[in-house]
Design a protein. Structure first.
Lengths: 273, 273
């Protein structure tokens, strides 16, 4: 029953084809001039996870945002580039009405075998989700922001205030869950990995023309690990190292409250300032 | 005159085609079971930089290593996926004798316009290159290692010693330059971004089966910036956050001695332990 489906699942729904799958943009996950990149990335990942030839779990997904996506349906050309014993390499091209490629993605899936485990990274300190204050709903007009329950621990943007006279920290720390709670899976991790506010907004405390150009997310838990976590929010930290000649970077981590690092994410983004 | 060419330029040489370019592996840049991934990545980048349709400078390059590359020639299928006013999206598929794709890459090029600049990241502290001790040549048998002048500041591997009883730090800090000095350009930055030793070697102080699966490098300087640096070595730091179910991550930074962050790099790698 679609009526009972979570908005996120509705927004990232795909229809199977052979090599051509179909999806469509969602007004519920809309950003500046097109769909929220995280929803697009999750839709692409869903087509791969649902693909009959898929084996293993997502290990990495790189999404290159080549051109704006218009409101409406799109095609996903899905291709298994190379399959090995335990890994698969995929490419996905998103087009609309036969026009140029708007989004271009490559993914690696892997059958993750048991091994020595070691996690040098530590869960950043934060009060529990329940104790943190939700980010006010009305702060931003983009619809995708309203689909998430952001709870900033550090670096909450105060867009009502004046731009910073001196650059502030580019780092932020927040809890993030779906506004209507939904168990964290690979799809929501993928989407949340693009659900950070632009680092430049944190540094300058102002909204500027901004767009992710290329995004890569690495998954450090497999589907079994993730199901075992049984969580509906993650602790998300991000930072930037440099803004130069119209492009800036971002690195982020998505943490289970149970101290497990679930995913790391990196991107390069355009800005006008 | 090829005889006067730097080994690196020889190793990453390409022959132009329309959409199909040619390259070949170099015995001078050989790793465990195939060519050094950095040389492969740089060769792919060279084909793009030399391409008549290329405009702008490399902004990001993602390389997915799908299968071993055999010694000998290879074809590069180069495709301009989408061109905008100031960015280009490319894909490159490396094949040998018409077999399956062995390496699959996507790249973004951008005409980088002047903008507000801000570099929150700081050059890590290190004695100057000249004062640092070169890593002994004979430690490793892989030929690519001999093409670089590594000078560790922190985390120098001691493979002659016993494996660590407890996991050591995954981080390392080193100067790196070509063994035969060569001015740093986009190609050498790309190659050096894969010239870190596997993080697991640092943590365990032992060599184990290891292979990069997917590598993404972001360039934070354009060709003009880089030419202005006029350097032949960079300070390279790297760290890892997690090793789990046969895969581990790595994030690295490549710094000009002049305090400019030139590139950041991220990868997910397979290990057997």
């Amino acid at each position: 029953m679609l009526a009972k489906q979570h908005l996120f699942d509705d927004a990232t729904r795909v229809t199977a084809g052979d090599s051509r799958w179909r999806g469509q943009t969602s007004d519920d996950y809309w950003a500046f001039v097109g769909p929220f990149g995280g929803a697009t990335a999750a839709t692409i990942l869903r087509a791969l996870i649902d693909h009959p030839q898929r084996s293993g779990d997502p290990l990495s997904l790189t999404v290159n945002f080549c051109a704006p996506i218009a409101q409406g349906p799109f095609d996903l050309d899905v291709r298994l580039v190379k399959a090995n014993r335990s890994t698969q390499h995929w490419s996905v091209e998103l087009t609309q009405e036969g026009a140029d490629v708007a989004t271009f993605a490559t993914a690696v899936f892997a059958a993750r075998r048991p091994s020595w485990s070691h996690q040098p990274a530590q869960l950043p300190k934060a009060p529990p989700f329940e104790a943190a204050r939700p980010y006010p709903k009305s702060s931003l007009t983009m619809s995708w922001v309203r689909q998430y329950d952001f709870r900033f621990i550090e670096g909450e943007p105060q867009f009502a205030g004046a731009p910073h006279a001196e650059p502030a920290s580019a780092s932020s720390k927040m809890w993030i869950g779906d506004r209507v709670p939904r168990k964290i899976d690979m799809l929501s991790l993928m989407s949340m990995s693009d659900a950070f506010f632009g680092r430049i907004f944190h540094v300058r405390n102002e909204m500027l023309p901004f767009g992710t150009v290329s995004l890569t997310t690495y998954f450090h838990a497999d589907a079994e690990d993730l199901a075992g976590e049984d969580i509906s929010h993650v602790l998300a930290v991000a930072d930037a190292r440099i803004f130069h000649k119209s492009y800036g970077d971002q690195s982020g981590e998505l943490w289970s409250p149970n101290r497990r690092l679930l995913a790391t994410t990196h991107q390069i983004a355009y800005f006008k300032a």
